[in-house]
Design a protein around this ligand. Structure first.
Ligand code: NAD
Length: 248
C-alpha cells in the first residue's frame, strides 16, 4: 500500500474489466478516489457510472456525475477499447467507423468533457491505453492497429496542446495482456488451452503480460513520480518490440 494518490480523484473508462479494473484497483490502493465509467460497471469494486464513450451526452453526464461524487478531477485514464481482426478487405466501412468511434473518438469525448476540471488540478494527468499494435505492424490487425496508431498520435498532440496548462498526457502500449478480452479470443479456438500455451510460448518472457503490470506503468504516468514526463508511450510488452531483433 502506497499513498502517492492521496487527495487525488481519478476516472477510469472501461474500468470494469481487465486492464481498466487493474488500473482502478492500483490507483485506489495508492489512495485515489476512483470512479469507473463503463458500459457495464455493475461488477466493479469501485464507484461505477454507466457510460458509453461513443455517446457524447452519456460521456458528459458521466463526467458530471463523477466530479459530483469525487469532488474534483485530477487523473483521467482513457482505457475503454474494442478489438478487430483481419486485413483491409475484412471489415466494411461501418466496422471501421465503429472501432474508431470507441478507440479514438471515445478518448476525444472523455478528454473534452474532463479538461475544464483538469485545468483546476495541480496534478493533472491523462493516460491513454494504446497498444503495441500502434507501431508493431501486426498481421491481420489492420483496423485495430490503425485505431491505436491514432491513439498514439492523439496522445502526442494533446500533450503539446496542454503542456502549458500543466496537464500531462501520456500513453501505455501493452503487448498481449491476459484479460477477459484475450480469454474470449482463446475460447473461440478449437482447443483454448493449447492456444493459450502457444500464445504464452510466443511471448519473449514465455508468458503474457499481467494486467497489474500495465496498471503499475499507468500509475507511474499518472503520479507526480513522472512529473516531467509528457508526450510519451511506455511499452509494457514483455520486451516484444524492444527485443524483437535479438529474438529473431
Ligand atoms: P476488456 O474487454 O477486458 O475490458 C474492456 C472494458 O471496456 C470492458 O469493461 C467494456 O465494458 C469497456 N468498454 C468497451 N466499450 C466501451 C464503450 N463504448 N464505453 C465504455 N466502456 C466500454 O479489455 P482489456 O483487454 O482490458 O482492454 C482494455 C484496453 O487495453 C483496450 O483499450 C485495449 O485496446 C487495450 N489493450 C489490450 C491488450 C490485451 O492484450 N488485452 C493489449 C493492448 C492494448
Amino acid at each position: 500500500m502506497t499513498d502517492e494518490f492521496e487527495g487525488i480523484a481519478a476516472i477510469v473508462t472501461g474500468g470494469a474489466s481487465g486492464i481498466g479494473a487493474a488500473i482502478a484497483d492500483r490507483l485506489a490502493a495508492g489512495g485515489a478516489k476512483v470512479a469507473v465509467l463503463d458500459l457495464d460497471p455493475a461488477g466493479s469494486a469501485h464507484f461505477g457510472i454507466e457510460c458509453n464513450v461513443v455517446d457524447d451526452d452519456s460521456v458528459r453526464t458521466a463526467i458530471d456525475a463523477a466530479v459530483r461524487h469525487l469532488g474534483r478531477l485530477d487523473v483521467v485514464i482513457n482505457n475503454a477499447g474494442i478489438g478487430a481482426q483481419g486485413d483491409v478487405t475484412t471489415n466494411d466501412d461501418a466496422e471501421w467507423h465503429r472501432v474508431f468511434d470507441v478507440n479514438v473518438l471515445g478518448i476525444v469525448r472523455v478528454s473534452r468533457a474532463s479538461l475544464p476540471h483538469l485545468r483546476k488540478s495541480p496534478a493533472a494527468a491523462i493516460v491513454n491505453t494504446c497498444s503495441i499494435a500502434a507501431t508493431a505492424g501486426l498481421p491481420q490487425r489492420a483496423l485495430y492497429s490503425a485505431s491505436k496508431g491514432a491513439v498514439l498520435s492523439l496522445t502526442l498532440a494533446m500533450a503539446a496542446d496542454h503542456v502549458r496548462e500543466g496537464i500531462r498526457v501520456n500513453c501505455v502500449s501493452p503487448g498481449t495482456v491476459d484479460t477477459p478480452w484475450v480469454g474470449r479470443l482463446l475460447d473461440s479456438a478449437a482447443d483454448p488451452e493449447a492456444e493459450r500455451a502457444a500464445l504464452n510460448a510466443r511471448q519473449p518472457q514465455g508468458r503474457m503480460v499481467d494486467a497489474a503490470e500495465v496498471a503499475g506503468a499507468v500509475a507511474y504516468l499518472a503520479s507526480p513520480l513522472s512529473g516531467s514526463t509528457t508526450g510519451t508511450s511506455l511499452a509494457v510488452d514483455g520486451g516484444m518490440q524492444g527485443l524483437r531483433l535479438r529474438l529473431a
